[in-house]
Design a protein around this ligand. Structure first.
Ligand code: PBG
Length: 327
């Protein structure tokens, strides 16, 4: 014990600190979310997500090349459109915004891993993640074939991984079956398994134009106080054929990431969501936080909790900072 034991010995120099550092984030673990719109030469910055813009396929392909060159592990594509109807038809159109973006990226950088968000909220006029029944309640079973169709259309466009974020029960199984039947047995599923009904999705909903027109998402997304339920969701998705599972949000759910890590051998992804990113950006803009250290501390904490993959709007900066720090 003290005074012979002194923890500060191993903190004395940067060299020693590096030597005993327990976790380190690699750029290849990072995934950058991107927002696809129709058109050409279109770049629409998102106010609440500094540095992020909605991009037409041509500009997205250019940016994807830069992302790949930064060593980032993959991109996660969301679609933004005004083509909305009650059943989200434009979500599975072969010439839809996501499908066009994926084709453009794959033509430019075939090696970059392309993940697509499978959901209906940006494509339905009511803004819910599934179809509604006569009473205006999201109908789980009615939504499944549509979600499977969306996933198949993404796979057909060239997506490597589809990521269902709708939180319907049974969607992983329905999507696996749909992909296999359509000849896409090689397309992987990253399931948003433990996705909470969070206040931290605000900036994303501005970016994607996907806020629900009535009510909220608490009837399908998870209740924030629950953690045992997250384990049940993960086990269910794994049984239905998920290749990876996700916890979302990330920074406010580190305990959930750690618990999920303990019950599955699948890769675990964690999504540092829009509001979590925006908080750091906004405080940094005011000079209240140092952006780089606050962002890296947060992303590293997510890794320390057990995430293999970190989805973050800061992926490009983080990849750059990691490289600078490792020389
Ligand atoms: C779509 C979806 C959302 C996010 C990812 N997919 C919004 C929501 O569920 O309302 C949020 C991502 C973020 O905030 O960064 N269902």
């Amino acid at each position: 014990m003290f005074p012979s034991v002194r923890h500060r010995r191993l903190r004395r120099t940067e060299g020693i600190r590096r030597l005993v550092r327990e976790v380190a984030l690699r750029p290849s673990q990072l995934v950058l979310p991107m927002f696809a719109v129709a058109g050409t030469h279109t770049r629409e910055p998102v106010d609440a997500l500094p540095g992020i813009a909605r991009l037409s396929p041509d500009l997205m392909a250019q940016e994807a090349r830069a992302v790949h060159e930064a060593g980032i592990g993959g991109v996660l594509i969301f679609g933004v459109t005004d083509q909305k109807d009650p059943v989200g038809t434009s979500a599975h159109a072969s010439d839809g915004v996501v499908q066009a973006a994926v084709r453009a990226i794959k033509a430019e950088v075939p090696e970059l891993v392309v993940i697509t968000d499978v959901c209906l909220c940006a494509y339905t006029d009511h803004g819910h993640c599934g179809l509604l029944d006569a009473a205006g309640v999201v109908d789980n079973d009615l939504s499944l074939p549509v979600l499977a169709r969306v996933a198949v259309s993404h796979a057909a466009a060239g997506a490597d991984i589809v990521a269902p974020s709708d939180m319907m029960d049974g969607r992983v199984g329905a999507i696996r079956e749909g992909l296999d039947a359509a000849g896409y047995a090689g397309t992987a599923i990253m399931a948003y398994s433990a996705k909470y009904a969070s206040a931290f999705y605000g900036p994303f909903r501005e970016a994607a134009g996907s806020a629900p027109g009535h009510g909220d998402r608490r009837g399908y997304q998870m209740d924030p106080p629950n953690i045992r339920e997250a384990i049940r969701e993960v086990e269910q998705d794994e049984a239905e054929g998920a290749d990876m599972v996700m916890v979302k949000p990330a920074a406010t759910y580190l305990d959930v990431i750690q618990a999920v890590r303990g019950v599955t051998d699948l890769p675990v992804a964690a999504y540092h969501v829009s509001g979590e990113f925006a908080m750091i950006k906004a405080a940094a803009e005011r000079g209240w936080l140092d952006e780089r250290t606050a962002m890296m501390e947060t992303l590293t904490a997510i890794t320390r909790a057990g995430a293999d993959i970190v989805i973050t709007y800061a992926a490009v900066d983080a990849a750059h900072w990691i490289r600078e720090d490792s020389v």
